[in-house]
Design a protein around this ligand. Structure first.
Ligand SMILES: Cc1ncc(COP(=O)(O)O)c(C=O)c1O
Length: 429
């Protein structure tokens, strides 16, 4: 067994000194060891966490799902990465299955390795197809840390890395008027997360989503929906946009498509958009995008998550959680101020921005891995694996109750410390 201190030393010296310092400061220097289903253990097997974050959906099927492992094993007997320039049976089959599960003419699939790459490609297609440049996104939304994806995001992620790219504008979430005002004749696309995870899972109304579609149609603007987190059954439907009765022009998928085991992402395009690649089909390539073992894994993920019984299970669990959460909302009234939910895409809204980070820590101390929403720190994301069973709730809810109690107790102290710290900072300067 690896020695934890040696791991911390090497990680600090060769991966990220800042991350080690951060996690040590908060007593959360957990190094992942064994993992199975909804659980993960630290390297020494001493601490166990229930994964209620799932890396934003990477572990939709829990850790090391047996059917995914089996699919990958079988793929390893036949495949390697493949050749991204050549034709591929694995890529053709995976794309055909994905297209068959998408509505209308969302027929073409461009594979990638990361969500950011898949978003970048969607923006390239939008610009190439429309001949326009402007991209509108939502403030507080998040689409990744790569080139164009980063440019759609909030300034705090971009500012350290030089001047902003031209052509990108942000509008407030859920504000169709602001969106309309931001659109011009040069607007190529609007990009939205169907439910913005990093903004703390505010669930948009059907009126808003339909207004966005109408505004795009009126101006010949393409609508890109990022379902990297919201897709693949998370909301109780296979695709979150199905709740809104709208058809996007492109859909971006990532995270859970990997089955938690082999990275693969996809940008799904409506049929006419594929014309962008007609003059030069090699104008966009990705060496590892659509690697053949990943295609096999993705097929298995799609088979599992599109099964009506699987989606019924997600909805059943969502209803059970809503019931249990109603009790917590009552018990922690004044601290817990809201519960955001679409299926198992959920966020616990609390009274101020101290609370998200605080609950992340107290939940950790009670054996729950939850992470606050970085663009709205009042909210803790609540994303259990979709394979969660009713009996797991009996483990989770008492822990969550205790974690909330502890967070309530600590919040005034944290505020005080911040104020005192503020005074000291002022005295020093
Ligand atoms: C909604 C959304 N889009 C895109 C991304 C970027 O994905 P990746 O980290 O794989 O580049 C993320 C990552 O968290 C995400 O949550």
């Amino acid at each position: 067994m690896a020695d934890k201190q040696a791991v911390l030393r090497d990680f600090c010296a060769h991966v990220s000194s800042g991350k080690v310092a951060f996690f040590e400061r908060y007593g959360m220097d957990f190094v992942m060891g064994r993992r199975e289903g909804i659980y993960l253990w630290d390297l020494e097997g001493k601490k166990r966490l229930i994964n209620l974050h799932c890396n934003g959906g990477v572990f939709n099927l829990g850790h090391r799902h047996p059917a995914i492992r089996m699919a990958l094993h079988e793929a390893m007997d036949r495949y390697d990465i493949g050749n991204h320039h050549l034709l591929s049976a694995a890529r053709a089959r995976a794309a055909a299955l994905l297209a068959s599960l998408m509505p209308a003419d969302l027929d073409y699939v461009v594979f990638g390795v990361s969500g950011g790459e898949a978003v970048d490609l969607a923006i390239k297609v939008a610009r190439g197809y429309t001949g326009r440049t402007k991209i509108v996104s939502v403030r507080g939304g998040y689409h990744g840390h790569t080139g164009y994806a980063l440019a759609t995001g909030d300034e705090k992620y971009r500012a350290p890395f030089g001047p902003p790219l031209p052509g990108f504008v942000q509008v407030p979430f859920h504000d169709a008027e602001a969106l309309a005002a931001a659109m011009t004749d040069d607007t190529a696309a609007v990009i939205l997360e169907t439910i913005p995870a990093t903004l703390g899972m505010p669930v948009p109304s059907a009126e808003y989503m339909q207004a966005v579609r109408r505004l795009c149609d009126a101006r010949g603007v393409l609508l890109i929906l990022d379902e990297v987190q919201a897709g693949l059954g998370r909301t109780g439907k296979l695709w979150a946009f199905e709740h809104y009765d709208i058809l996007p022009d492109m859909v971006v998928l990532g995270k859970g498509l990997s089955g938690g085991i082999y990275p693969i992402t996809a940008t799904v395009l409506r049929r006419p958009l594929e014309r962008v690649f007609h003059p030069d089909p090699f104008v966009h390539v990705s060496t590892f995008g659509g690697a053949e073992p990943g295609c096999v894994v993705m097929q298995k993920v799609l088979e599992i998550t599109s099964d009506p019984a699987f989606l019924a299970h997600v909805n059943d669990m969502a209803a059970r959680i809503a019931e249990r959460m109603a009790e917590l909302l009552e018990r922690h009234a004044g601290f817990l101020t809201g519960f955001r939910q679409k299926g198992l895409m959920m966020g616990l809204e609390m009274v101020d921005a101290y609370c998200g980070p605080l609950l992340t820590k107290t939940a950790y101390d009670h054996g729950l891995l939850m992470v606050y929403a970085n663009n709205d720190k009042r909210v803790c994301q609540f994303l259990p694996p979709l394979i969660i069973e009713p009996h797991h709730l009996d483990e989770i809810f008492p822990r969550l109750d205790r974690a909330l109690k502890q967070a309530r107790r600590l919040r005034p102290l944290l505020k005080l410390r911040e104020r005192v710290g503020g005074i000291f900072r002022k005295e020093k300067s």
